[in-house]
Design a protein around this ligand. Structure first.
Ligand SMILES: [Zn+2]
Length: 347
């Protein structure tokens, strides 16, 4: 079957930066279609039109990849919310929706698997088999519906990352495998993040890298080290939140009163579109091949990032023209001067 994108992932990587866009779960939670806590994408079957619209917004903003919303749509998670019966429909529909919108703009379609919470490094054989079965089930449906590659993301355990990669390889699918970096230096099973990326490359990953957890500034040093350590493509999908050297991972951010800011009170840490555009520019210069965004990201971030990488996107038609603003614009500044007051220039 013909794919929406005439160019493969590898061809696009050879030509330049591939732009990703994620954060579906957080965005749809904000819009009232995903329940915080379980964070299972029930919206896929409950309100598919809402998912189509968000795909479309990311596509217009410049995303080269439509990521099927199957994050946490695996057997254990659906059982927790009593919807195990919807498992197959949810997975198949998610890939169909991504394909439908990808077809509107020639984008790639990525299947999506993630950390399962079923893996226990103390019992890698027993729990690894459970994880493998869940990935095989999800990706089997994805292959039947049609995908270009797999994004296997927010991996806390190297062992679990490797299992997902093995399933992709067996199915003949290119894999982008990215780690969450909740801990300072190593995965939960004790592998240095850079070393983990090196091993994933050796095991056949097309792209390795990082997603989620860290804000754009705190992700940079690790990305530079990963770029130096591997020769395959590198991915970077930070969260648009200002994490700090004291708190590099957004999961640990706290309010002034000490309460958890993650996952529902993160607004005070939010990055502007300009900060994300700066990150995209940095990443492009640093030789990062797949540049995107994770939890908290919105179409305005993605458009600013795409434009920072030199793209003009369909949504660029409505990119800011602050000079036309009645108060902040240059025309009004001249007028203000005549009237004897000074408008604050926009940096
Ligand atoms: Zn995320």
């Amino acid at each position: 079957m013909a794919r929406p994108s005439q160019r493969t992932l590898q061809q696009r990587l050879a030509e330049g930066v591939v732009i990703g866009a994620e954060g579906y779960v957080f965005e749809l939670e904000r819009r009232g279609y995903v329940k915080a806590g379980p964070f299972v994408p029930e919206v896929i079957v409950d309100a598919p039109g809402v998912v189509l619209q968000l795909h479309r917004e990311f596509l217009r903003a410049g995303a080269d990849v439509m990521v099927a919303l199957t994050y946490y749509a695996h057997r254990d998670k659906l059982a927790v919310i009593g919807r195990a019966g919807d498992l197959e429909e949810m997975n198949r529909t998610a890939v169909r929706l991504a394909n439908q919108v990808a077809g509107e703009g020639g984008a790639l379609v990525a299947a999506n698997i993630c950390n399962t919470w079923s893996y226990d490094p103390a019992e890698p054989r027993r729990t690894g088999a459970i994880v493998r079965a869940q990935y095989e089930e999800q990706l089997g449906w994805a292959v039947e519906e049609g995908v270009d590659f797999v994004i296997h993301e927010t991996n806390d355990y190297f062992g679990e990352a490797l299992i997902g990669l093995e399933v992709c390889r067996k199915l003949g699918l290119p894999a982008m495998v990215t780690l969450a970096t909740v801990q300072p230096h190593t995965t939960y099973d004790g592998i240095d993040y850079v070393e983990a990326c090196r091993r994933l490359e050796a095991a056949g990953a097309t792209i390795v890298g990082l997603n989620c957890s860290r804000g754009p500034k705190m992700m940079r040093p690790l990305l530079s080290r990963i770029r130096d350590a591997v020769s395959c493509a590198v991915a970077a999908q930070p969260v648009p939140f200002r994490t700090s050297p004291e708190t590099p991972a957004f999961e640990s951010l706290t309010d002034p009163d000490g309460g958890h800011a993650f996952p529902l009170a993160l607004e005070r840490f939010a990055c502007t579109r300009f900060e994300m555009a700066d990150f995209a520019r940095w990443a492009g210069d640093a030789g990062i091949d797949y540049v995107g965004i994770c939890c908290g990201g919105g179409p305005h971030h993605v458009r600013a990032m795409a434009e920072a990488l030199g793209r003009t996107t369909p949504a660029s038609r409505y990119s800011p023209a602050i000079e036309l603003h009645p108060v902040l614009g240059s025309a009004s500044a001249e007028h203000a001067e005549m009237e004897g007051w000074t408008a604050t220039p926009l940096a």
